[in-house]
Design a protein around this ligand. Structure first.
Ligand code: FES
Length: 161
């Protein structure tokens, strides 16, 4: 991804965090978290504007954003599926769930459906192994999943849009 983006993004939704970060060096990560929360993903223009606002080299901001898997550098669908591939979930069938989701939505890990409705992302342990296998859908944990349960959830969301 180019880091010399000349476009500038509107940061008004995170203006408070930017102001706080200016007086507290080292708070780039919380700013990026707030930006992702507010805008859904971190576009090149947004990263460049954050760099400018905090007077940090753009390459450093891009480096931090690309290093941490929590940050999304491409747009996500309306429904974000974070499918746990941690050890407990793996043992309890997360690969089968991934196959089911991929077959139903016709996307692979990291991809978004053509209609922009769903994004699938494999992640490491979500911290609720006793419910494995687990996925987080739009921030909500769904546990003890089976292929049938997953398909039902996706079918419902497809109907609801
Ligand atoms: S391994 Fe999936 S929640 Fe811990």
């Amino acid at each position: 991804m180019p880091c010399e983006c000349r476009e500038r993004a509107d940061l008004s939704l995170i203006a408070d965090q930017i102001e706080k970060a200016k007086s507290a060096p080292g708070s780039l990560i919380p700013v990026l978290q707030a930006a992702q929360e507010a805008y859904g993903w971190l576009s090149p223009a947004l990263l460049a504007t954050v760099a400018q606002a905090l007077e940090i080299p753009p390459a450093k901001v891009l480096g931090v954003a690309s290093f941490y898997s929590q940050f999304r550098l491409s747009p996500v669908g309306k429904h974000l599926i974070l499918l746990c591939q941690g050890t407990a979930c793996h043992v309890n069938g997360s690969k089968g769930l991934e196959e089911e989701i991929s077959a139903f939505l016709k996307i692979k890990d990291g991809e978004t459906t053509a209609d922009g409705l769903f994004t699938l992302k494999n992640v490491a342990c979500l911290g609720c192994c006793s419910l494995s296998p687990v996925m987080m859908l739009n921030g909500e944990v769904h546990g003890n999943l089976t292929k049938e349960k997953v398909r039902k959830i996706l079918e419902q969301l497809t109907v609801d849009g």
